[in-house]
Design a binder for this molecule. Structure first.
Ligand code: NOJ
Length: 533
């Protein structure tokens, strides 16, 4: 392998423990169940698992409302079960990062309970209080379908408390140095146990300041640099990843001078991949990458197509948002806040050509990709479930009862059982034996990417094709070069590419080659990864 930091060349896998495998028949996935599925995860060719919140929680935001930062949700098992999961993952060469929710906790956290009950408790100042709901009015509301304000009055406390997300998630007060110490100790607790890093949730909102939008404030960056110092000094080699849904230029400070996050999610590119594919026009992709500044050495972007949240449309213009809703969320139930609560494959109408094109594009653009559990088999969504639960349904392992997820009578959410995406025919077991299945294509694409240093973390240069619908770029690392070509439209067309020497397509399993001197013609949604060396 190369001498690059591991997270620059890895493929990540986002895992919801609740949804994966239930080992004790209570209808809820758990760590013991997930251990049994680690070989499967490894078989996808991924390198690192991101475990979504596994902490004790009333689950009003699916665990992003943490009631105890150093425990495990009893539904998921015990700390020993978590350790066993971590060891079993490491034994298979898989790294593990967990979610770290620093911005807020649950209203049920002992800190908040103490704070609301006693004005003089040292915990009162762990939260942000006010006698009126007027302060910090420049801050937008994120969960705008359900929350009318970022302030909620607490009867017991006799004051309003501040929250950027649900009212059941009071924000912690980072003006208070005691909160810093608490959070740094939370980091130490899990890093001491051997985890490989954190996906740091909702980092732009740690501080609030009058007269600003209370996002990305200098004070926030100062604290985050403190977090990085701790990691560098005490746990070198571990990674911290910023979840900050912001424009590229606003994300740059999250890398600092290489002294803040190692990795930042690149949110704005995601909707543009969907836009380009639907409109048959590569411009949005090229524009957003042109707007993406260079990052410090050792840093990396993280990319995704779908995750456990709605497909966010915060980083597009209002007109583009409207267009995306019309194109991809025709039913109002598919819309939530500023986004679309659907899974990858239904968004693409279960069309394998488009699925392949989008995945091949995503896996060949710069950045460390994350796959979301279930998307590798083309799972569907259940738009009738509330919030974002429709994309968090049980993993479909087989055609057995409850999709082989659980032996319980009732599972935490129903398994998908509609005509097109039912577990009865759409499941891992059925796809294992089908060379052309979504599952085997995922494995093939990930392996093909990981075999080329240029695709893992090489440079990118656009290649002119003369057609808005044909996107081409060259990735290069040393003398390893791959020319990636995509027909984003549903009509066949010439690619504008004439190879100088014979080239082999890494995406075709029979290693189709293209002779020198002849223009390449593309079928609808065809994509090629041409190995040039
Ligand atoms: C981002 C998480 O991805 C989302 O699921 C959660 O609701 C918010 N942060 C609040 O923690």
């Amino acid at each position: 392998m190369s001498d690059k930091p591991w997270y620059q060349e890895a493929v990540f896998f986002e895992l919801n423990i609740r949804a994966y495998r239930d080992s004790n028949g209570d209808g809820i996935g758990d760590f013991r169940g997930a251990i049994d599925k680690l070989d499967y995860i490894r078989s996808l060719g991924v390198d690192c698992i991101w475990v979504q919140p596994m902490y004790p929680s009333p689950l009003k935001d699916d665990g992003y409302d943490v009631a105890d930062y150093t425990g495990i949700l009893p539904d998921f098992g015990t700390l020993d079960d978590f350790r066993a999961f971590l060891d079993a993952a490491h034994a298979r060469g898989l790294r593990v990062v967990t979610d770290l929710v620093m911005n807020h906790c649950s209203e049920e956290h002992a800190w908040f309970q103490a704070a609301r009950q006693d004005r003089h408790s040292p915990y009162r100042d762990y939260f942000v209080w006010s006698d009126t709901p007027e302060k910090y009015s420049g801050a937008r509301i994120i969960f705008l379908d359900v929350e009318p304000s970022n302030w909620t009055y607490d009867e017991v406390a006799g004051q309003y408390f501040w929250h950027r997300f649900y009212a059941s998630q009071p924000d912690l007060n980072y003006e208070n140095p005691a909160v810093h110490e608490e959070m740094l100790n939370v980091l130490r607790f899990w890093l001491d146990m051997g985890i490989d890093g954190f996906r740091a949730d909702a980092v732009p909102y740690l501080y609030e300041r009058e007269g600003t939008n209370s996002e990305n404030l200098p004070e926030t960056h100062e604290f985050l640099k403190k977090v990085r110092r701790l990691v560098d000094e005490e746990y070198p080699g571990r990674v911290i990843i910023a979840e900050a849904n912001q424009w590229p230029e606003d994300l740059l400070p999250y890398f600092g001078d290489g002294d803040e996050f190692h990795v930042c999610f690149h949110f704005p590119i995601m909707p543009r991949l969907f836009m380009a594919l639907k409109s048959g026009d590569k411009t949005p992709i090229i524009d957003i990458l042109a707007r993406t500044p260079p990052i410090p050495p050792g840093a990396q972007w993280m990319t995704f197509l779908r995750n456990h949240d709605e497909l966010t449309l915060e980083m597009v213009t209002p007109e583009e948002r409207q267009w995306m809703w019309e194109q991809y969320a025709p039913d109002p139930r598919m819309r939530l806040n500023m986004g679309i609560r659907r899974r990858l494959t239904p968004l693409l109408d279960n069309d394998k050509r488009r699925w392949l094109a989008l995945n091949a594009l995503f896996l060949s653009l710069p950045g460390t990709p994350i796959l979301y559990y279930g998307d590798e088999i083309g799972m569907g969504e259940n738009i009738w479930l509330d919030d974002r639960h429709g994309v968090r349904t049980p993993m479909q392992w087989s055609a057995a009862t409850n999709a082989g997820f659980s032996e319980a009578e009732k599972t935490y959410q129903p398994v998908i059982d509609d005509a097109e995406y039912s577990y009865r025919h759409l499941n891992v077991a059925a796809q294992e034996t089908d060379a052309n299945s979504y599952l085997n294509w995922t494995r093939y694409l990930v392996a093909a990417r990981q075999a080329q240093p240029a695709l893992r973390a090489g440079t990118l240069a656009w290649v002119e094709t003369g057609h808005a619908a044909v996107l081409a770029f060259r990735r290069a690392e040393g003398d390893n070069r791959v020319l990636c070509v995509f027909n984003l439209s549903d009509t066949a067309r010439p690619s504008g590419i004439i190879p100088a020497t014979t080239q082999t397509d890494l995406l075709s399993r029979d290693k189709r080659s293209f002779p020198a001197g002849e223009e390449i013609h593309l079928s609808p949604y065809e994509c090629l990864w041409l190995l040039e060396n």
